[in-house]
Ligand binder design. Sequence first.
Ligand SMILES: Nc1nc2c(ncn2[C@@H]2O[C@H](COP(=O)(O)OP(=O)(O)OP(=O)(O)O)[C@@H](O)[C@H]2O)c(=O)[nH]1
Ligand SMILES: [Zn+2]
Ligand SMILES: [Zn+2]
Length: 230
Amino acid sequence: MKLITVAGPPSSGKTSVILRLIECMNMPNGSIGVVKFDCLTSFDNLCYEEAGIPVQTGFSGKICPDHYFVSNIEDAVQWGEQSGFKLLITESAGLCNRCSPYINGILAICVIDNLSGVNTPRKIGPMMKFADIVVVTKSDIISQAEREVFAFNIKQVNSMAKIVFVNGITGQGAFLLSKYLQQARDIHTLRDMKLRFTIPTAVCSYCTGETKIGEAYQMGMMKKMEFEKI
Ligand SMILES: Nc1nc2c(ncn2[C@@H]2O[C@H](COP(=O)(O)OP(=O)(O)OP(=O)(O)O)[C@@H](O)[C@H]2O)c(=O)[nH]1
Ligand SMILES: [Zn+2]
Ligand SMILES: [Zn+2]
């Protein structure tokens, strides 16, 4: 089974791109599955189910969705293998911007939309920096000049990535993207494989549900600001 990890900011067009991609891959029904990792809510399962694509959704709740991804990805691969998929795609909403769900040797795609602001490629950190392919959506809404500036800013952060413009609604560009996916390798397990970027261990009491303010309630890794005297 091939595994592909897709990440990107909320509503950037991940599900749309995955659906357009699956359509143009022309693989038999039941040979592609999706696992969606999100934080609190997601309606993506409805879109995948409507398209006849088997999907599992996991909610990370109080913890960072990328930490949750790492703790569950091996089980996701086992689910994909047992279901007899030829291709498993994971979709993660990168919410915290300091983590990324990419694994060495596993094709990593970052989906970002052109409307999110020219500096967004710099803001989303490892999710952009360590991707093999950067898919840019919503180019239909902006000018060619803006598209070029956006692509330039992506190159500044990740000069190695292939940049593919895909229209998540019409599917324009999805065929080119599907060609790049041929490089994804076959795996049966992720055992002993490694993440591309460390998931910070900044676990504090607030990460696990504490709401009270005050030093007595702050436990774990804390980073304090220095306030200058005026
Ligand atoms: N105009 C335009 N709209 C798009 C494009 N791609 C996606 N959209 C729209 O953007 C919205 C969000 O798309 P989704 O595919 O749900 O985004 P997502 O990243 O999967 O969202 P979450 O999983 O909820 O984080 C939807 O209304 C899509 O129809 C595009 O290329 N052009
Ligand atoms: Zn989605
Ligand atoms: Zn995180």
